[in-house]
Design a protein around this ligand. Structure first.
Ligand code: ZN
Length: 197
């Protein structure tokens, strides 16, 4: 064995998605032989992020403080609330640059098969939040999966008497997608959600 410490590093790197043994070895060798200072900076970033990033008490997204920067941002539309499954969905929508409202992270989706019910998500808090302030539009941006749809219907039923406008993200043709390569369910949705040119 060359170095048990090296082996441990390679093993630990493999907890990352899409990183197998070969990639992990390449990463470890690169840091050790070419860039130890960046490796130490990476270790420090991991330590700080893992021990200090918490959940925003209002929207349940990631935050350095009790309340996150988006919830605290007075320039964002407080009457527009986008409900997502995971904090990673907030990151994706933020990167699109197309949204200027607030968010609410459910912490997953309803899945009776896996024993995940409404009590396992932040649905009660969402309902309480929606009742405590004026929301002009609730955008349900759960996944385009059976579970995502079930979750969207559940939230709609819980809040339709309190919020006049509840919308769902459009589903349909991907950008650059050719009709022949799109599955029939997606095509059905695209036809159903078609818009005026
Ligand atoms: Zn927040």
């Amino acid at each position: 064995m060359l170095s048990p410490k090296f082996d441990q590093l390679v093993k630990d790197l493999q907890i990352l998605p899409s990183v197998g043994q070969k990639s992990a070895q390449r990463m470890a060798l690169h840091l050790l032989s070419k860039n130890r200072s960046a490796g130490l900076a990476l270790a420090q970033s991991l330590l700080v992020a893992m021990s200090e990033i918490k959940e925003c008490t209002l929207c349940h997204s990631f935050s350095d403080d009790e309340v996150c920067g988006i919830c605290n941002d007075i320039r964002r539309d407080d009457g527009l609330l986008c409900v997502v499954e995971q904090a990673s969905d907030v990151v994706a929508i933020e990167q699109s640059g197309a949204y200027r409202g607030k968010y609410f992270v459910l912490g997953g989706h309803l899945s009776p098969i896996d024993g995940i019910g409404a009590d396992d998500l932040h649905i009660d808090e969402l309902v309480a939040l929606a009742k405590s302030k004026v929301i002009n539009e609730l955008i349900i941006a759960t996944g385009a999966t059976i579970e995502g749809q079930t979750t969207a219907f559940f939230i709609h039923n819980a809040l339709s008497t309190h919020i006049a406008k509840i919308t769902r993200l459009a589903q349909g043709m991907p950008m650059g997608g050719e009709l022949g390569y799109v599955d029939s369910l997606t095509l059905q949705q695209a036809l159903h959600n078609r818009g005026v040119l």
